[in-house]
Design a protein around this ligand. Structure first.
Ligand code: ZN
Length: 292
């Protein structure tokens, strides 16, 4: 993989990334189960559990979800729904088994439900790739209510054609905070896929997706401002400093703020970092400024 591509993908193949970690309790009603690379986010509502993401292997229920819920004392909670952020294998592989085991719905945008189906041919060559069944397609701006919690859906394409962000409230010692969970991170250039010279993974497509992603960053920021988001999360723990922040929380003294609460300005910094990378990538992918 070229240096350029390495810098532009979220998939870093350091083997220690796959080691399981202790489940993390981020808030009174919010948890993470997984490894250092990716995991399942768990929102506890008055009606049961809402899951986000299904990790990168088929047996994720046996290897991660069920043991993780037991450790957290949540094994008797009903699992209501599994939200996916986007149609990449490292987010959806465990979805079918979780659905078959718990009977929960699996939700994604219709754009990425379609993208997943042709993804295997032109995305990474993953052995035993299993595309899950999507039982519910969700739309931009939709609010889904689960007892005392509401999940807001934001369509934020660019990382994939139908990538989603989610926003919802969590609680710390009873005080409400608003999460923005940003689904996509990497900005993909024309060289990342097999068959890279074929449409759609060509230069124009890569530039279009980078600029679309930049627009999605602006849209996400506008939402965060209006709704006072003060917590930023990503399905990948290393892309939202989750483990470092959890370490800070473990040393937290009574009366101190939860370290995951970074305020609107903290949220803005994460979004701006992506916005800038998107614009730089659009410029770089095009080569249009190079003398011919
Ligand atoms: Zn992805």
């Amino acid at each position: 993989m070229s240096e350029e591509n390495k810098n532009n993908t979220e998939h870093n193949f350091d083997p220690t990334m796959f080691d399981p970690i202790e489940p993390v309790k981020l808030f009174d009603d919010y948890y993470f189960i997984g490894n250092k690379l990716v995991g399942i986010h768990v929102l506890k509502t008055s009606e049961g559990l809402v899951l986000f993401e299904a990790m990168d292997k088929y047996d994720v229920d046996d290897e991660f979800l069920i043991p993780g819920l037991k450790k957290l004392g949540l094994e008797n909670e009903k699992i209501l729904i599994l939200f996916l952020t986007h149609g990449h294998f490292d987010h959806y592989m465990g979805a079918d088994k979780i659905r078959l085991r718990t009977g929960c719905e699996v939700a994604l945008s219709k754009e990425d439900a379609a993208f997943m189906l042709w993804g295997p041919d032109n995305y990474l060559d993953i052995e035993d790739l299993r595309v899950p069944r999507i039982t519910r397609t969700i739309e931009d701006g939709e609010d889904l209510v689960f007892g005392d919690h509401t999940v807001h859906v934001i369509l934020a394409p660019g990382h994939t054609p139908g990538c989603l962000n989610y926003s919802f409230e969590v609680h710390d010692n009873g005080q409400a905070h608003r999460v923005i969970m940003v689904g996509g991170y990497g900005v993909f250039g024309p060289g990342i896929y097999p068959g890279k010279h074929e449409y759609p993974h060509s230069v124009t497509y890569a530039v279009d997706q980078a600029l679309t992603f930049a627009t999605s960053c602006v849209k996400t920021w506008e939402y965060c401002k209006e709704n006072h988001c003060d917590v930023y999360l990503n399905p990948h723990p290393h892309l939202c400093a989750m483990l470092e922040t959890d370490e800070k929380n473990k040393a937290r003294k009574p009366g101190e703020e939860n370290a995951f609460v970074i305020g609107l300005e903290g949220v803005r910094k994460w979004i701006v970092e992506r916005f800038d990378v998107c614009l730089e990538c659009a410029q770089k992918f095009s080569d249009i400024r190079k003398e011919y």
